[in-house]
Design a protein around this ligand. Structure first.
Ligand code: TYD
Length: 138
């Protein structure tokens, strides 16, 4: 699907460390992250919570579920795709003109979002019919 990509970050294990766990990093040089202007997170939502239901006209975003599990449903006007994000090393890139819905699979899952622009309500398309009309040039 255009404007959508799954990026798997390399997990760093330190076998000599006394500590358990892994570390992942997503660096500016990886994906032109230098042009990103905003980071936000969505937390405190219970299982079955549905959020999103909108598209953006120009915004580029990277979505990371840093705790729990969140299903991301995407639609580019032609094709549907679904991803379950449940690990910090998976980054989902979602570009412009993709209708997205997020469904909380586990209580208190946390979605971290890196966004290319500052918040701008006029960049949102919140009406599904308007989204379809723009995509299909009606
Ligand atoms: P919205 O993007 O609609 O959230 P979701 O897609 O998760 O349901 O944003 C919810 C509200 O928060 C909306 O009133 C806009 C506001 N908001 C900001 O003020 N700043 C931000 O960076 C974001 C992402 C949203």
């Amino acid at each position: 699907m255009r404007n959508v990509e799954v990026i798997k970050l390399e997990e760093k294990f330190d076998k000599d460390s006394l500590f358990d766990g892994s570390l992942v990093s997503f660096q500016v040089s990886d994906r032109k992250l230098d042009c990103f202007k905003r980071i936000y997170s969505i937390y405190g939502a219970k299982k079955n919570t549905i959020r999103g239901n909108h598209s953006h006209k120009h915004l580029n975003q990277f979505l990371i579920c840093i705790y729990g599990a969140i299903k991301i449903k995407l639609f580019d006007g032609y094709e549907h795709q679904e991803f379950t994000l449940n690990k910090s090393n998976i980054v989902l890139y979602v570009g412009p003109m993709i209708w997205r819905t997020m469904e909380w699979i586990e209580d208190d899952s946390v979605l971290l979002v890196i966004a290319s622009e500052e918040f701008d309500e006029s960049d949102y398309i919140r009406n599904y019919d308007v989204f379809l009309r723009i995509i299909h040039n009606d």
